[in-house]
Design a binder for this molecule. Structure first.
Ligand code: NAD
Length: 260
């Protein structure tokens, strides 16, 4: 089993969903965690949950909106002040936005999705990479989506932002591989988190369970993914066992992206 003893990992959007599930996996493997989120209540709850499960884990929580460049600079500096280094960076915070066709899409909502999903990931790279360069290396996992590989009906800014995440991942790989910094992305399919639950509510407000069931039938495995399955993949990509993988967007979707 890989160990993260004495390693520090930053997780953005760590208060819920895939961020929290990954935080729990990394805590079990001994990592020090710097957890970033803009939802203070959820962040405090997440810290309690992780501490209950893994009482020895050192956890720093920082309230920050990843679409605010100064707030990103601040969470990076605070993490280095507290733990001395950043070994892994899970650049995960993101939102889905509202669902509508391109011609009907609300421009302010489009900009909001881009600000969080694209600019937030970019600011994270901008401020974490110099720290990793200085310390001689590090591992980064950006969160794209199957929407970073193909189109998704009614989700144009989400798809645009996630294709951008996959593109920035390739650039980070070719620009900083020489510095022993490995950057990859994951492309989850539908994983049952609060974000996906609210998406099923948008599809069928009266019966979100029916929307979930129908969606699952399209997947080769006939089920949605579990947050912990994503956490295990991220932990591997951030671990010492993962070497020489750089600039890849790795789908974790039960094989669904092969259907399109
Ligand atoms: P979620 O809504 O369950 O959790 C997201 C977390 O990020 C929340 O704690 C939220 O408060 C935080 N967050 C959102 N915007 C933020 C901001 N601007 N600053 C700081 N924190 C912010 O979502 P999730 O399903 O866990 O998704 C996490 C990531 O995975 C997102 O980038 C999402 O696009 C991606 N993703 C999820 C799925 C899925 O099926 N769940 C599939 C593909 C990609």
């Amino acid at each position: 089993m890989s160990t993260f003893k004495d390693k520090t990992v930053i997780i953005t959007g760590g208060a819920m969903g895939l961020g929290l599930a990954t935080a729990k996996v990394l805590a079990r493997k001994g990592a020090n965690l710097s957890i970033i989120d803009y939802n203070e209540e959820a962040l405090n709850k997440a810290k309690d949950e992780i501490s209950k499960e893994s009482p020895d884990t050192k956890i720093l929580t920082i309230i920050a909106d990843v679409s605010d460049e100064q707030a990103v600079k601040n969470y990076v500096n605070k993490t280095v002040d507290h733990f001395g280094k950043i070994d892994g960076f899970y650049n995960n915070a993101g939102i889905e936005g509202k669902q509508a066709l391109i011609a009907d899409y609300d421009v302010e909502m489009f900009k909001k999705v881009i600000d969080i999903n694209l600019m937030g990931v970019y600011y994270g790279l901008k401020y974490v990479i110099p720290v990793m360069q200085k310390q001689g290396g590090g591992k980064i996992v950006n969160v794209a989506s199957v929407g970073g590989i193909r189109g998704v009906l009614n989700e144009v800014p989400y798809v645009a932002s996630k294709h951008a995440v996959s593109g920035m991942t390739k650039n980070a790989a070719i620009e900083y591989g020489k510095d022993n910094i490995f950057t990859n992305a994951i492309a989850p399919g539908a994983i049952l988190t609060p974000m996906v639950a609210s998406s099923f509510k948008q599809v069928n407000p009266d019966n979100p369970e029916a929307a979930e069931k129908e969606y699952s039938q399209r997947n080769p495995t006939r089920r949605l993914g579990k947050p912990e399955e994503v956490g295990n993949l991220v932990a591997f990509l951030l671990s010492d066992e993962c070497q020489y993988v750089n600039g890849q967007t790795i789908a974790i979707d039960g094989g669904e992206s092969n259907l399109y």
